[in-house]
Write a protein that binds this ligand. Sequence first.
Ligand code: MG
Ligand code: ZN
Length: 211
Amino acid sequence: MGKDILFANRKIAEENKNRLRQYGVKAYDILGSIGSGKTTLIEKMIDLLSERGIKAGVIAGDVTGDDDYKKFVRHEVWAMNINTEKECHLDARLINHALESVDLGKLDIIFIENVGNLVCPVDFPLGTEKRVVVISVTEGDDMVRKHPLIFTQTDFTVLNKIDLAEIIEVDPNVILRDFERVNPHGRIFLTDAKHDVGIKELLSALIDEDV
Ligand code: MG
Ligand code: ZN
């Protein structure tokens, strides 16, 4: 990856951060592989926020298509679809454009679902308050060992689909031990997003407020 590309991205990310802060909007970048459960996790969080009268919006990043976007729209929140076409990650410029087309005064929180990919999105900060990486037990017990860097460059880690661990014979403790070794001071949340397990804990930590 070219150094100046990354530098330019960081500059725009700073702009995004300032713009969001100006409006008191908190944004969260949700990273993770395809199928890790990012969309469901975000859907559950926006519902919890809506119940509390907190206005959340979502930017859905995908290489192509609008499947996730359509799911978010059903929750009656502001949502926007970004197709990256050839790119395997969102970048700060794309988010910069997205922020221009929304009335930030009407939002409290924006979730950004990054493109399903565990490798390069982490190199492209978007200007969010926090970054969360989502993995699931269905990806195997060696995810942390295979991609150690991403777990040190994000604020929180989510280990999702824990309800399936026993069925597919993956021991979550192996993943937890690897995580502890890679990021001893990091926070990891165990969730089963589909059945609302662990979502409140994650959301409370994210927005720094009990839900
Ligand atoms: Mg998704
Ligand atoms: Zn990429």
